[in-house]
Each structure stands twice: as C-alpha cells, then as structure tokens.
Design a protein. Structure first.
Length: 101
C-alpha cells in the first residue's frame, strides 16, 4: 500500500464526518455517545472491523468520547487503507450504535 499525497488525503478526509488530518502521518476521528457502555460497544465494533481489515487504530476512551487515530506504518503515512477504515468506523457509528451523543 502506497502513501497518498497530502492533497489527495485532505480531499478524502473532507468527505469523512468527524475526521481531520493531524500531520503528514496521522488522521484522527472522534465519536460521542450518550453513555459509557455505548462508547465501549462502539470500541468493540471497531476492534472487529480492525481485525477483519488487519489494520488497527490507536484508541482513546474518555468516558463517553472515543477518539481513533490512524496511520499506515509500512507506508510511512496515510494510505487508502486508513481512509477506508475511517469510512467503516463512521458507517458503524451511524448505523449500529443507537446511543450516539
């Protein structure tokens, strides 16, 4: 998987609600929930997706807020795999978690 040009990354991230590029190597997305158990249920779904894609985010859980950070180590930055992962996480948030906050 090849590292994407920053202008291509920025265009792709612009289409992803809640996501932003942090620097040349990282993108970050945050999700809010109405309860702590709902946040944990989302993290469980993220883990399932990450395992299936064999691409794992850094995860921070701050009570009812979950923050995901993505990069592709082997490419030295952001790739289509990061963008696709973020799309999957957003879709899961919108369709599978009833207690969004």
């Amino acid at each position: 998987m090849e590292k994407m040009a920053l202008d291509v990354v920025d265009a792709a991230i612009a289409a992803l609600a809640g996501w932003s590029r942090q620097d040349e190597k990282w993108m970050q997305g945050s999700y809010r929930f109405s309860t702590f158990p709902a946040a944990i249920a989302f993290v469980d779904r993220v883990a399932e997706i990450a395992e299936a894609m064999n691409h794992h985010p850094f995860i921070a859980i701050d009570y009812k807020k979950v923050t995901l950070r993505l990069t592709t180590w082997h490419a030295g930055g952001l790739t289509e795999l990061d963008i696709e992962s973020a799309r999957c996480y957003n879709e899961t948030y919108e369709t599978s978690i009833p207690e969004r906050g």
